[in-house]
Design a binder for this molecule. Structure first.
Ligand code: UGA
Length: 455
């Protein structure tokens, strides 16, 4: 099928590359000419494991352009995957969505087009997009007969494992009130739903993985599924973090508690890793949007609100723990291991590292950070902050009064802690992700503080 994708961010690019890999003719459209030029050279502008390789494997069916006419006029399915960042009031900024919808209306020519909202958009946006497309289409084509339908197809990809999440998804959700649109979308995803494709060697199919669930619903339900899924995952993390704080008080070990409750199949063992809490571009934005939608309808979203509060508290707690250990923060050197909001990505949006670092800087500490992948991005995006950047993970420890592990990169496990503890002024390690081996660190002469475990 002929597919167009508007927006080459995480969602748009991974969707486009995957659909091309599955055999569709895909054109990715973006207003950023530099990004398109880079993509045309086969280089991904984002760090996502195996994306470059999958792009190379799908190159013959993949085009990148800044021309809306080239991308949209012949497309049978158009994905809108533009950014919807949060505004100050918690509502998403829909300016990019609006201009994408208008551009679609101006350029579509195929006899039947399914326009798919892939961006996370407020409930009711499907109707809004449809009216924007219709107005733009009518203004341009008085007597033309192109028919179009708007559908919602939320994405459930995690950065860092986006391609595996896409190829071997738990489910594909399509929301539309038009049966034909649902069947077009089912056909588009057929190789994925039925797992008839041969996976590339670098993205092997998980053992016993047979089929992807396909769920069709009305438009609003699909839109709400996206918000509800992210809010539920966020509150699962905040719940375990709240229990983790209690766990410290009563002398329990949160890793055992999480395992013990996670073995109950009704609860499940995923997203129960206690630590510094969630960051990234999605959970914060989507919980804020859900709360703001509730407010619009006079409905306080108390559980989602509480999940946010617990998450904010986790970041504050890190600074409080350091203050209680070091007494004085002014003039201290604190090292930060890991800057990206999670491992296997260089994404720094709502990264807990920046928040923790800024709070320490505000209290007079000097903060030196390191990340295996996100350094060049951090130097650019955080140029205004007073964070200093180290050249290696080891350099973070030099003369430090404490080191905080913020992102659980696997390579941090291989550091020579016996040597590093001697490089520190005060051998204190705060493990914000319960990632390190406490016994190894203690043997190396470090004092270790973990979250939710009496160490
Ligand atoms: C999240 C969802 O997991 C995806 O399903 C969704 O598609 C995506 O948002 C989106 O809306 O675009 P993502 O933010 O990329 O994906 O990454 P996650 O793996 O969910 O991690 C989010 C944050 O939660 C990270 O900071 C991570 O460190 C933290 N986390 C995760 C925990 O603190 N504990 C856990 O047990 C799991």
């Amino acid at each position: 099928m002929k597919v167009a994708i508007i927006g080459t961010g995480y969602v748009g690019l991974t969707t486009g590359v995957t659909l091309a890999f599955l055999g569709h003719d895909v054109t990715c459209l973006d207003v950023d000419a530099a990004k398109i030029a880079q993509l045309n050279q086969g280089i991904s502008p984002i760090y996502e494991p195996h994306l470059d390789e999958l792009m190379a494997a799908s190159r013959s069916r993949l085009n990148f352009t800044t021309s809306a006419k080239d991308a949209l006029s012949q497309a049978e399915v158009i994905f809108i995957a533009v950014g919807t960042p949060s505004l100050a009031d918690g509502n998403p900024n829909l300016a990019y969505l609006k201009s994408a919808a208008q551009s679609v209306g101006e350029h579509i020519q195929s006899p039947y087009v399914v326009i798919v909202n892939k961006s996370t958009v407020p409930i009711g946006s499907g109707n809004w997009v449809e009216s924007l497309v219709r107005d733009a289409f009518r203004a341009k084509n008085e007597n033309s007969k192109s028919q179009f339908v708007v559908a919602s197809n939320p994405e459930f990809l995690r950065e860092g494992s986006a391609l595996m999440d896409m190829l071997f998804a738990d489910r594909v959700v399509v929301g539309s009130d038009d049966e034909k649109a649902v069947s077009v979308m089912r056909k588009l995803y057929q190789p994925l739903i039925e797992q008839t494709f041969t996976p590339p060697s670098f993205l092997p199919r998980p053992e016993n993985f047979k089929m992807v669930n396909f769920l069709s619903s009305d438009l609003q339900s699909a839109e709400l599924i996206k918000y509800a899924a992210n809010a539920f995952l966020a509150l699962k993390i905040s719940f375990i973090n709240e229990i983790s704080e209690l766990s410290e008080k009563v002398g329990a070990d949160i890793t055992h508690v999480a395992k013990g409750i996670g073995l109950d199949s009704r609860i499940g063992n995923k997203f129960l890793q206690a630590g510094l809490g969630w960051g990234g571009s999605c959970f914060g934005k989507d919980t804020a949007a859900l709360i703001s939608t509730g407010k619009e309808y006079g409905l306080p979203m108390v559980i989602t609100q509480a999940a946010k509060e617990v998450n904010t508290r986790q970041r504050i707690r890190m600074v409080e723990i350091l203050a209680s250990e070091l007494k004085i923060l002014k003039g201290r050197k604190i090292g930060i291991l890991g800057l990206a909001f999670k491992p296997f990505t260089d994404d720094l949006r709502d990264a807990p590292a920046l928040d923790v670092a800024q709070k320490l800087i505000d209290r007079g500490a000097k903060v030196v950070g390191f990340d295996p992948i996100a350094m060049s991005r951090a130097k650019k995006e955080w140029a205004d902050s007073e964070i200093q950047f180290a050249d290696s993970a080891e350099a973070v420890f030099e003369e430090a009064d404490a080191v905080v592990l913020v992102t659980e990169w696997p390579e941090f496990l291989d550091l020579d802690f016996s040597k590093l503890s001697k490089d520190m002024r005060n051998a204190l390690m705060l493990d914000g992700r319960n990632h390190l081996d406490v016994a190894v660190l203690k043997k190396a002469g470090m004092k270790v503080i973990t979250l939710g475990r009496s160490s």
